[in-house]
Design a protein around this ligand. Structure first.
Ligand code: NDP
Ligand code: MG
Length: 368
């Protein structure tokens, strides 16, 4: 495998630091040529720049756009949130392979991002979608019948609505299996993350929503599965870490040796599967509806969520009100009927949804 020149956006985060660990372990495979971050951890960022000596480094959205547009082999977008959209578009426009952890940019950009990408230009880093991409190697596209996304169920699996009312920010930041950034950890607890991932799967693999299932699998050893027309189900298994999806994202289609410790089959284990409780956790069905509406609805779902997550962590919103508020904001959103979505349409819907969420969180009566 030829050594890849890699640009990492969001290098100080959970995904970014793990990507740098992989680069550090495999200098024969990867070379860092660009690093960006948001600026909240300048000491770590400076240390990364000193260690990896990239040709380009900078802080903030503009720096991330510039870095993504540089000629390189692969851009890993590991920024959190809708701010990842312009860097994603810049990487695709420049013709770079995009290893996509920042699912938000694909979800809110929707057809805008998908249509800009040539086949294979986006390599998923989200573990479920990496698992599906790996499983899809087992058959042809015409042979695919369903995608099955696994979900941990989050720390509040089995809880009632009344129990969710009492959830504190600290409790919501305790993910059963993964150590991740604040937003995605909270999204895993509300199941908004799984909702976003259903939309992500639809956009990445072009499978209709009624053929994308979610199953709760608390151990998260099966990362997701593909059902083929003959009834065969092909899955990707491994410990619940991001090392395989990140290394495969940067190295695709090549696997990086010893990226992860394999599952130990000499130990007895029980793996559980259960249906998702849509009544207590309506985030997934809400996301499906937003995905089916299309246009700016997914951007509104995401932006309202980002604002609600902040409000929840600031003590301004109760835990179940995160998804209640997203639902109300979506209800107030008039999806533009025009076919061709522009970046400005998406960003306008994003801003509108943040404002609407703020008003609802403050308790204003009018939604729009
Ligand atoms: P973190 O919050 O840990 O890290 C986010 C990174 O983005 C930080 O480096 C942050 O910099 C940077 N950043 C924030 N704002 C900007 C900006 N305006 N311009 C440039 N960089 C910015 O998040 P995660 O690593 O957990 O997640 C990153 C993405 O990957 C998300 O989209 C998430 O959904 C996805 N993902 C994460 C998984 C995980 O296991 N963590 C699993 C699957 C998907 P700073 O430190 O300076 O704020
Ligand atoms: Mg995931």
């Amino acid at each position: 495998m030829k050594r890849r020149d890699v640009v990492i956006l969001g290098s100080t985060g959970s995904i970014g630091t793990q990507a740098l660990d992989i680069v550090r372990a495999h200098p024969e495979r990867f070379r860092v040529v660009g690093l960006t971050a948001g600026g909240s951890n300048p000491a770590l960022f400076e240390a990364q720049v000193a260690e990896f000596a990239p040709q380009f480094s900078g802080l903030g959205e503009e720096a991330s756009i510039a870095a993504a547009a540089r000629g390189c082999d692969v851009v890993l977008n590991a920024v959190t949130g809708a701010v990842g959209l312009r860097p994603t578009l810049a990487a695709l426009e420049a013709g770079n392979v995009l290893a996509l952890a920042n699912k938000e940019s694909l979800i809110i950009g929707g057809p805008l991002v998908r249509d800009l990408a040539r086949p294979g230009q986006i390599v998923p880093v989200d573990s479920e979608h990496s698992a599906i991409a790996q499983s899809l190697r087992a058959g042809t596209r015409a042979e695919v019948r369903r995608l099955v996304l696994t979900a941990s169920g989050g720390p509040f699996r089995g809880s009632s609505r009344a129990e969710l009312e009492r959830v504190t920010p600290d409790q919501a930041l305790t993910h059963p299996n993964f150590a991740m950034g604040k937003v995605i950890t909270t999204n895993s607890a509300t199941l908004v993350n799984k909702g976003l991932e259903v939309i992500e799967a639809h956009l990445l693999f072009d499978v209709p929503y009624d053929r994308i299932d979610v199953v709760v699998h608390p151990q998260q050893l099966i990362h997701s599965m593909v059902e083929f027309v003959d009834g065969a189900v092909v899955a990707q298994l491994g410990l619940p870490t991001m090392l395989v999806p990140i290394s495969l994202g940067m190295g695709w289609p090549d696997r990086v040796p010893d990226a992860e410790t394999p599952i130990d089959w000499t130990k007895a284990a029980d793996w559980r599967f259960e249906p998702l409780d849509d009544d207590v956790f309506p985030a997934v069905s809400l996301a499906r509806a937003a995905g089916e509406r299309g246009s700016t609805a997914p951007a509104v779902y995401n932006a309202a969520n980002e604002e609600c997550v902040e409000a929840f962590h600031d003590g301004r919103l109760a835990f179940p009100e995160i998804v209640d508020t997203i639902s109300r904001v979506l209800g107030a959103h008039g999806v533009p009927s025009k076919e061709n979505l522009t970046v400005d349409d998406v960003l306008a819907a994003d801003s509108w949804a943040r404002e609407a969420a703020h008003r609802m969180i403050r308790g204003d009566l009018t939604a729009s």
